[in-house]
Design a protein around this ligand. Structure first.
Ligand code: CA
Ligand code: CA
Length: 220
């Protein structure tokens, strides 16, 4: 892998954040959110369902796109009232609609170590999941992995655009270990033109607290 660009410095992130509206899901660059170095990105959930993210517009119709970032749940709480409303997206690769998305999910899992609610004092059934969009706008699910809420976890996604048919792929990794490699993605129509990190979609009203993100690196 050749690192051809490294993006989303937190100086740039701060400039974007300063334009965001308040009284919604919001972002801050803080010392407390640092996972590497002195600053990190804090994602603040206040019960509204708006998105809040920093966006990197450096990618230019990329046919391969690799991303990694670190995430910790900090004091994030997700109430798993049902499986469909107990998640939010933390990353999106776009053209301009999402072609890649990663979400964290609190799964309603009767009989599991948690009863569904994920947060401080109740680890519930945290999951991290990755998806790639096909040209026909269906989503290819590419694996889930347990999400350790109190630790710092590095996630990576490697996306490859196909040349026709269903010969694209997406690979999902946690802490350098492959969660799943998914072939047969039909994604030749669109390359990656932008990336978002933060609370990039499907934010639920029952989500509260803050999560921390840091160390975003993308390569082609
Ligand atoms: Ca940092
Ligand atoms: Ca196609």
């Amino acid at each position: 892998m050749t690192k051809t660009f490294r993006v989303l410095s937190l100086l740039g992130a701060a400039a974007l954040i300063s334009m965001a509206a308040s009284a919604n899901t919001s972002l801050a660059v803080t010392n407390a959110a640092a996972i590497d170095g002195n600053f990190g990105l804090e994602v603040i959930f206040d019960g509204t369902t708006t998105n809040a993210f920093v966006e990197d517009q450096t990618p230019a119709d990329e046919s391969t796109y690799n991303v990694e970032f670190k995430l910790r749940a900090n004091n994030l709480t997700i109430l798993a009232a049902n499986d469909a409303t107990s998640r939010h997206e933390v990353f999106a690769g776009r053209f301009p609609a999402n072609l890649i998305r990663m979400e964290i999910h609190c799964r309603l899992a009767p009989g599991g170590p948690g009863t569904g609610n994920c947060g401080p004092g109740n680890d519930g059934q945290w999951r991290a999941k990755a998806y790639a969009r096909n040209d026909n706008n269906t989503w290819k699910f590419c694996g889930q992995t347990g999400f350790v809420p109190t630790g710092n976890t590095t996630y990576q996604i490697e996306w490859v655009q196909g040349s026709g048919g269903a010969d694209g792929s997406i690979r999902f990794l946690k802490n350098g270990v492959e969660v799943r490699l998914c072939n047969n993605v039909d994604n030749d129509d669109r390359g990656i033109n932008a990336a978002r990190m933060g609370a990039t979609g499907r934010v639920d009203a029952t989500t509260s607290g803050t999560s921390h993100m840091d160390s975003f690196v993308s390569t082609r």
